[in-house]
Design a protein around this ligand. Structure first.
Ligand code: FES
Length: 104
């Protein structure tokens, strides 16, 4: 299943990269940008990023549940991932607004 139509990235490819990051450091903050960078790709329209966040959270949660990580720690990690994405989206939105104001 294609998740990113700009880069033709599949669900399986994203899951594989996220699992690799978790194997390196199970508590690291994984973002769509980090996943795409590892694939030598970059977000173009970034419309897929909300889905990529959901995939990252699902893979990280499954990974930690398999290791019997306490649920409170899993929730903390997934909230941290979601907040980082929201912060990035907010900064992108502000940058777009600033750019369009400069062009006007
Ligand atoms: S759909 Fe992924 S960058 Fe456009």
């Amino acid at each position: 299943m294609i998740v990113c139509s700009c880069n033709f990235i599949t669900l399986g490819e994203i899951e594989e990269v996220v699992a690799g990051f978790l194997d390196q450091d199970e508590w690291q903050l994984i973002t769509p940008g980090k996943v795409y960078h590892a694939m030598k790709k970059r977000g173009k329209c970034c419309g897929c990023f909300p889905n990529v966040i959901d995939i990252i959270i699902r893979v990280a949660s499954d990974y930690h549940r398999a290791k019997q990580t306490p649920e409170t720690d899993i929730i903390f990690l997934t909230e941290k991932i979601r907040k980082a994405h929201e912060d990035t989206q907010r900064m992108r939105s502000l940058a777009r607004q600033s750019k369009s104001r400069q062009a006007a």
